[in-house]
Design a protein around this ligand. Structure first.
Ligand code: ATP
Ligand code: MG
Length: 534
């Protein structure tokens, strides 16, 4: 890969050829990973590969209230599924709590941090605005010893939550709000999934992040653009503490992955899960890694999409259909072909005996060497309701009353008669096949243009097709009619195969067996890009 980050690394290496390139992916374990996170995972891991370096997976677990071990496990699984082996490089910010505490004490002793007894509300109110300076806390210039002993008391649990906090002493009139004496430690009586009840004070992100990077010898700390201002505090902490050896980590920002039609904010996704708009984080409608996996996206298509989007500093929005196009291209090449009928209409072939059965050989792919399979054919088959019309104009290349059509992989068939139900819907058609047309053109040169798909009515499997419409509405909520389930038939080879095989059900779409129910086939994507009508 080549982008503005590789340029920076190349320059750093030209100055210091022995620099080990070390990156990290630092998720907060307060939700499942979404495809936006994959951009960061991909960038950090691919850089490590390209420069023969390392990429750590570091759980940024400094806020125990929202975190959960379920999220830690899902994050590990998702990264492994994407094809990155982080098993030997897993770290937790909480591993460094003792070190963070010591660094905080050092800042206090240097007169660079103080315990503030103002309430969180007062601190917020005196922070100032973009045009007005903040107001200094009355605690700002208290004696170092007092702050030190209060900090120890904080750790020992002698103050209630919100009674006081540790603030860095920087500049209340800085044009960067993050430098206006930011809070770096607060009291929380919360059980932590890694450290249990050992701590009742927890460091803030800005303080913990740069120190974690330093402790792990991270050379390039990459994050999304909204952390641009936080870089000032990142540098302040490391510089004040003189942490430059053996490696002084540097933060660089790149633009996030944003979709204009799909929600990626963890906060909003959490809401969808908690309010039960979806069945969970791994619901195939979710843009989470596990949701996309259940839906049938592949690691290669997701990574290819991220790679095509590129790494820049410009904020931009892309359509989710770009990701679908990458997957479509992949599946067009790789997916096994099979026959399935979603809206079945029964066909009786009258020039075959009532007990006629035959096994046809159908090719698994029109272009790739993917072998053949046995497909049952008999005197009764199903075709799609939409593929038969009593009358139609010339554009309709499928079966019309009195007309002929080719059954995919089988014979040319002619419709001679039909039956209607009480509603006036066609419930059955009666056809004859031209027995000389298996794998051959008609002998008298009749042109048969249309090809339709079908499934044997006597040897098949009944399944449910789960179709996904446009999944999100503009509020980020899942549309009520996002999922549609219809009963239909697939050829028997499909259900006899291993799970998680991608199929192109010919003329229908790409499907994969659902992980939660083997009789359900999830629609992965349509055969062609469909333009939404709204
Ligand atoms: P969200 O903003 O969706 O709530 P987050 O930033 O709070 O997510 P973290 O767990 O803190 O989630 O993210 C871990 C890393 O992933 C961070 O370095 C963050 O910059 C990066 N990241 C998160 N969302 C995106 C995105 N849409 N595109 C690129 N990187 C992202
Ligand atoms: Mg975050």
């Amino acid at each position: 890969m080549e982008n503005f980050i590789t340029k920076i690394i190349d320059k750093d290496l030209s100055i210091n050829p022995s620099l080990e390139i070390k990156t990290r992916f630092p998720p907060e374990p307060n939700g499942y990973l979404h495809i936006g996170h994959v951009k960061s995972i991909w960038l950090n891991n691919e850089l490590a590969v390209q420069y023969n370096g390392k990429c750590n997976l570091r759980f940024d677990d400094t806020n125990p209230v929202k975190e959960d071990i379920e999220f830690i496990n899902s994050i590990k699984d998702d990264i492994a599924w994407l094809g990155y082996d982080t098993s030997s490089n897993i770290h937790y910010a909480s591993d460094y709590f003792e070190q963070f505490f010591e660094y905080a004490v050092r800042l206090i002793k240097m007169g660079k941090a103080y315990i503030d007894h103002q309430s969180p509300d007062e601190i917020a109110k005196t922070r100032g605005t973009l045009t007005e300076s903040g107001i200094e806390s009355p605690c700002r210039d208290r004696p170092i010893e007092e702050s030190f002993s209060d900090f120890i008391k904080m750790r020992q649990g002698e103050f209630p939550e919100r009674a006081c906090c540790l603030r860095a002493k920087i500049d209340m009139s800085s044009s960067f709000l993050v430098l206006r004496d930011p809070v770096i430690y607060r009291i929380k009586y919360a059980h932590h999934h890694q450290t249990g009840d050992k701590w009742c004070i927890y460091p803030m992100y800005d303080f913990a992040h740069c120190l974690s990077d330093y402790i792990e010898n991270i050379s390039h700390s990459l994050c999304s653009l909204e952390f641009q201002d936080n870089r000032r505090l990142y540098d302040w902490v490391l510089d004040e503490l003189g942490l430059s050896q053996p490696v002084r980590p540097r933060q660089y920002e790149f633009s996030r992955l944003n979709f204009d039609d799909v929600v990626l904010s963890k906060r909003k996704l959490t809401k969808l899960v908690e309010e039960k708009h979806v069945s969970g984080w791994s619901d195939p409608k979710m843009p989470t890694v596990s949701g996309l996996r259940n839906r049938g996206f592949t690691p290669s298509s997701i990574k290819e999409f991220i790679s095509q989007a590129g790494i820049t500093k410009q904020n931009y929005f892309v359509s989710f259909s770009l990701l679908e196009n990458v997957l479509r291209k992949e599946l067009e090449t790789n997916a096994t072909r099979a026959l399935a009928v979603i809206n079945p209409l029964k066909v009786v072939i009258t020039n075959l005996d009532g007990d006629y059965v035959e096994t046809l050989q159908c090719s698994n792919h029109p272009k790739q060497e993917m072998g053949h399979r046995d497909v049952a054919f008999s005197n009764e088959i199903y075709i799609d309701k939409n593929d038969f019309k009593l009358v139609a104009n010339k554009k309709f290349k499928r079966l019309i009353f009195g007309g002929e059509v080719r059954l995919r992989g089988a014979y040319v068939m002619k419709a001679n008669d039909y039956k209607m139900d009480l509603n006036g819907d066609i419930s059955m058609i009666y056809c004859t096949i031209d027995k000389e047309t298996l794998g051959k053109n008609t002998s008298d040169g009749r042109k048969v243009k249309g090809v339709i798909h079908w499934v044997c009515a006597k040897n098949n499997a009944s399944v449910i097709f789960r179709l996904f419409n446009k999944v999100f509405n503009t509020d980020g909520l899942v549309a009520n009619d996002a999922t549609e389930e219809v009963a239909g038939y697939v050829e028997s080879s499909v259900v006899e195969s291993d799970m998680r095989v991608h199929y192109q059900f010919e003329r229908v779409g790409y499907f994969i067996q659902s992980v939660d129910n083997p009789t359900i086939y999830n629609g992965v994507i349509t055969l062609r890009e469909s333009f939404s009508k709204d």
